[in-house]
Design a protein around this ligand. Sequence first.
Ligand code: C5P
Length: 238
Amino acid sequence: MMRKSPIIALDFHSAEEAFTFLQPFNGDAFVKVGMQLFYKEGPGIVRQLKEQGYDVFLDLKLHDIPNTVKLSMEVLASHGADLVNVHAAGGKPMMEAALEGLDKGAPAGQKRPSIIAVTQLTSTDEAQMQREQLIPTSLADSVLHYAKLTKEAKLDGVVCSVLEAKAIREICGEDFLKVTPGIRLADSTSDDQKRIATPEVARLEGSTHIVVGRAITKANDPVAAYKMVNAQWEGLKE
Ligand code: C5P
């Protein structure tokens, strides 16, 4: 079972930087390895994190033809990540192929990684979606549509913003994962994220997991920032 604690986005230049940052956590955290770190360090970073006790979300957002995604997921499953993802925009056959690949590639006797689909990136707002993707609906409807498609493909959940979590819970259920980035503490900047919320709002709106990057990694005191995020997420006062 994956931890429910805030997922720390390890958006660092190197494994050395990431492990220096992680020292105070001592293996007790849920972390996210994105493209930057994975492309730099390769699969070894996932194995190392797992050996130290971390839960790992390997955030590579695959989006390609079904056969390529299936074969790639087969390889990714062998690295031992707990959670992986694709873009729902790749389509239902692609998502089904991803699942097939994971089932095939998971080491014998081990559960396959959970898999979620990105709906609309949290850096996209409605005007941009309509203008660039020519999707004439609201952003909320587009996200909900992708969530339903993801559920039909039998994936475990979606990446969405907090703003859409409640509607997705109503349609896709409690157990369907709603992993929400775009988390900011009340006083931090939004950087390039557009659909943002605090950890507390995320909990109240039905996120099952939150992903927090710069609000923790760029804080003056990252451990204190993590504790504050965690306390708000768990509903304790801090
Ligand atoms: O620093 P910040 O908290 O904005 O980091 C958010 C992390 O979540 C980044 O690693 C980003 O790639 C990732 N992410 C996202 N929106 C998605 C999926 C993943 O921001 N839809």
